[in-house]
Design a protein around this ligand. Sequence first.
Ligand SMILES: NC(=O)c1ccc[n+]([C@@H]2O[C@H](COP(=O)([O-])OP(=O)(O)OC[C@H]3O[C@@H](n4cnc5c(N)ncnc54)[C@H](O)[C@@H]3O)[C@@H](O)[C@H]2O)c1
Ligand SMILES: [Zn+2]
Length: 359
Amino acid sequence: MEQITVKASQSSYKVSVGAGIRHKLAAFLPKVYSNIFIVSDTSIAPHYLDDYAASLLPEAKVTKKIIEPGEAAKSKDMYFDILDSMFEAQLDRKALVLALGGGVIGDLAGFVASTYMRGIDFVQLPTTILAHDSSVGGKVAINHETGKNLIGSFYPPVAVVYDVDTITTLPEKEVRSGYAELIKEAYIGDAAFLDALLSRKQLDKENQNQLIQDLSLGIKVKTKIVEADEKENDLRKFLNLGHTLGHAIEAEAGYGTFTHGEAVAIGMLFALELSEKRFGADLQLGEFRSWLERNQYPLQLPDLSAERLIARMQMDKKSENKEVHMVLLQDIGSPVTEKVDHDTLLQAVVSFLERMRSV
Ligand SMILES: NC(=O)c1ccc[n+]([C@@H]2O[C@H](COP(=O)([O-])OP(=O)(O)OC[C@H]3O[C@@H](n4cnc5c(N)ncnc54)[C@H](O)[C@@H]3O)[C@@H](O)[C@H]2O)c1
Ligand SMILES: [Zn+2]
């Protein structure tokens, strides 16, 4: 098992990553809770919820809220629905919320916990690889019709208990999605981790020791950045490597066409190409492309308009006054935020789209 302590401005919390640790949940909680509310979804709960519930102290009152899976759950209706259930379960300020699931459940249950009676404790129990990212750093949110994650807060969990056993049932597409964020973290801050990932033949969700190592290394890169910049002023933007074009592709192709991580992987390819051109560094692009191919990342893009993608990139939160700012790499482990002027961007996007249509 690996343990990483994350220091937040108000408190710190431990992230524990291990195999089978869902059977010992009570030991990872910072105190004894008598009223516990578990939020999960119908793809996850049948596999793991009973194990987690059984590992709590027998005298604790446990209420379960199991919702439909999917991004649509991060809505104001579901937010109020969960609050209603929490009042019904008579949770007081000393109660605990457990978020058992991927980033959707973590963001939603965390946001509910942050506002129920002005905030009660919550613990993240991640079940996806991508959730190594969403469960650490304290950002919780739901969506608004205007855009994703627009209603939210910074509200760190009191603990993160990550049982890699749960990854065995994760669909391959979601494994790829999560590993895109891991390789992103390696590129931003851990050259040795990057070498290890690139030299590996295939993603393997059955190799628990490797999963524990990979998730911990990714979490360490993220932790270092969020500790230095908890509220997203400057450094935290580096975690958006690949996300400027990635988000635009995700939205333009239609949500659900690519998973978030698959779109980010394509966005990274673009950002790394631009970085090599601008800084002349060797970012192991050939190896990265081959890693994506051998792991069946979708690299063939549908017919997308460069202008529309750029319009979306201009709305990205790093961009200012319609000027696109992107995270680029001066070298592996040396991210920077750079302004990319419109002509350069247009040329680069058009050429990238052309090549990605004929991959
Ligand atoms: N707060 C943050 O800092 C942050 C960072 C990154 C992403 N996010 C958010 O995370 C969300 C995406 O999270 P995600 O990729 O984990 O998706 P997700 O939570 O939707 O999970 C993906 C799918 O896999 C299923 N699933 C999850 N675990 C499973 C398991 N162990 N076995 C079988 N099926 C399982 C889920 O039911 C779902 O259908 C987005 O809403 C995004 O905005 C938040
Ligand atoms: Zn992401």
